[in-house]
Design a protein around this ligand. Structure first.
Ligand SMILES: [Zn+2]
Length: 159
């Protein structure tokens, strides 16, 4: 079988960032898939599942309540390698188009207090597997390391 496009990125050179992973035409629309890379692959520890799960619940809640992007959000969820998340938006976007949205989303997560939305047995398949303090810490790290002063090398995949 052919190697799929996302496996052709050199993960040894990839820094945490906001990347366009792919653009897929669907009917007359384009779906943009963003690679929200939060940890440096193969150089630093991956995120644990509990904090990934908490970021997923909070990020999805933020996006699906957003005045502009709620209707554009197709999907938000974790990468299996636990180094980041995928965000799928309806429309043709570049990284720069969503850095403001990502700052707002990760500030929402960093500053969140209280019960994680959807963290109950009726709403979720594994609701006790949550780690809000670590999710908040990781959101702060991504803001400081990537989002607040984002540069081109963190928006364009390495050659
Ligand atoms: Zn869940």
């Amino acid at each position: 079988m052919e190697k799929i496009a996302s496996f052709t990125i050199d993960h040894l050179k990839l820094l945490p960032g906001v990347y366009v992973s792919r653009k897929d035409p669907v009917g007359s629309e384009v779906i943009t898939t963003f690679d929200l890379r939060m940890t440096r692959p193969n150089f630093e520890p991956v995120m644990n599942t509990a904090e990934v799960h908490t970021i997923e619940h909070l990020g999805a809640t933020f996006l699906r309540n957003h005045p502009e992007f709620s209707t554009k959000t197709v999907y938000f969820g974790p990468m299996g390698c636990r180094t980041g998340f995928y965000l799928l938006l309806a429309g043709d976007y570049e990284s720069r188009d969503i850095t403001g949205l990502m700052v707002d989303m990760f500030e929402f997560i960093r500053d969140f207090d209280g019960l994680v939305p959807g963290a109950c047995a009726k709403d979720c398949g594994n609701y006790m597997d949550m780690n809000l303090p670590m999710a908040k810490w990781l959101a702060g790290k991504y803001l400081n390391e990537v989002l607040y002063n984002i540069t081109d090398e963190r928006m364009v995949y390495p050659e």
